[in-house]
Write a protein that binds this ligand. Structure first.
Ligand code: AP5
Length: 215
C-alpha cells in the first residue's frame, strides 16, 4: 500500500506511521527523521537542514525531493511505503506524482490527520523523543513505562530542539501557508481521506485502517 500521511506538526503522523508500517509491513519514510539523523551525524546535508529546521522553516525543495526519490527507488519500497512529512509543498507533491508515475506505482491514499492548532501546542510541549532509537512519547498521553526512559532501548528521552514554543508557532505558520494547500491538491485527485486526529492513538489508527480498507 502506498500512503502519504499529511497533517500539521504534532498531528500524530510519526506515531501513526510507525504503527501502520508495522501492520502493513512496508517501510516508514520520514523526511524529518532523515534530516535529524544527518544532523546527529554532522553531514553536509545535516548542516544545511539544521539552518531551516531550527527556525521552523522548510528545507528547500531541491534538497528534499532528491532524498525522497533515492529512498523510493530502494527495493524495500516495492510493496509500498508510508511517507511521513513528505510532500509538504505543491512542487514536492507534483514531483512525487512524477516519480511514482514513472515507476508505474501511483500513490493510493493520502491521509490527512486533522488536529486544531490548540491541541498541537499541547502535544508538542509534552512530546519527548528517544535520541537512541527515535521512539516518540508524550508525558501524559503516551508516557514510557519508566519515567524519562525509552521503553525500547533504555536511553534517556529528551525534548526535540524544535519543540520550543517559538519554533512550534513558526512551524504551524509554515504548515498553514505551504502544506495545507495539499489537502485540496489531493482532494481533486480523489485520494484524500480525512481522519479526526484528536481521537486517542488507537482510535486514530482504527479510523485510518478502516478508511484504507484494511479492516
Ligand atoms: P518532522 O519531523 O516531519 O516534523 P513535523 O511535521 O513538524 O511533525 P512532528 O514530527 O513534529 O509531529 P508528528 O505529526 O509526527 O506527531 P507525533 O506523532 O510525533 O519535520 C521536522 C522539520 O524537518 C520540519 O519542520 C522541516 O524543517 C523539515 N522537513 C521535514 N520534512 C520536510 C519536507 N518534506 N520538506 C521540507 N522540510 C522538511 O506526535 C506528537 C506528540 O503527540 C507525541 O508526543 C505523541 O506521543 C502525541 N500524540 C500523537 N498522536 C496522539 C493522539 N492521537 N492523541 C494524543 N497524543 C498523541
Amino acid at each position: 500500500m502506498r500512503i502519504v500521511l499529511l497533517g500539521a506538526p504534532g498531528a500524530g503522523k510519526g506515531t501513526q506511521a510507525v504503527i501502520l508500517a508495522e501492520k502493513l509491513n512496508v517501510p516508514h519514510i520520514s523526511t524529518g527523521d532523515i534530516f535529524r539523523s544527518n544532523i546527529a551525524n554532522g553531514t553536509e546535508l545535516g548542516k544545511k537542514a539544521k539552518e531551516y529546521i531550527d527556525k521552523g522553516e522548510l528545507v528547500p525543495d531541491e534538497v528534499t525531493i532528491g532524498i525522497v526519490r533515492d529512498r523510493l527507488e530502494k527495493p524495500d519500497c516495492k510493496n509500498g511505503f508510508i511517507l511521513d512529512g513528505f510532500p509538504r509543498t505543491i512542487p514536492q507533491a507534483e514531483c512525487l506524482d512524477e516519480i511514482l508515475e514513472s515507476m508505474g506505482t501511483p500513490l493510493e491514499y493520502v491521509v490527512d490527520i486533522d488536529v486544531d492548532d490548540e491541541y498541537i501546542i499541547k502535544r508538542l510541549s509534552g512530546r519527548r523523543v528517544c535520541p537512541g532509537c527515535g521512539a516518540s512519547y508524550h508525558i501524559t498521553n503516551n508516557p514510557p513505562a519508566k519515567p524519562g526512559i525509552c521503553d525500547k532501548c533504555g536511553t534517556e528521552i529528551i525534548q526535540r530542539k524544535d519543540d520550543n514554543e517559538e519554533t512550534v508557532l513558526n512551524r504551524l505558520k509554515t504548515y498553514h501557508l505551504q502544506t495545507e494547500p495539499l489537502i485540496d491538491y489531493y482532494r481533486k485527485q480523489g485520494k484524500l481521506i480525512s481522519v479526526d486526529g484528536r481521537l486517542n492513538i488507537e482510535d486514530t489508527t482504527r479510523s485510518i485502517l478502516k478508511a484504507v480498507g484494511v479492516i
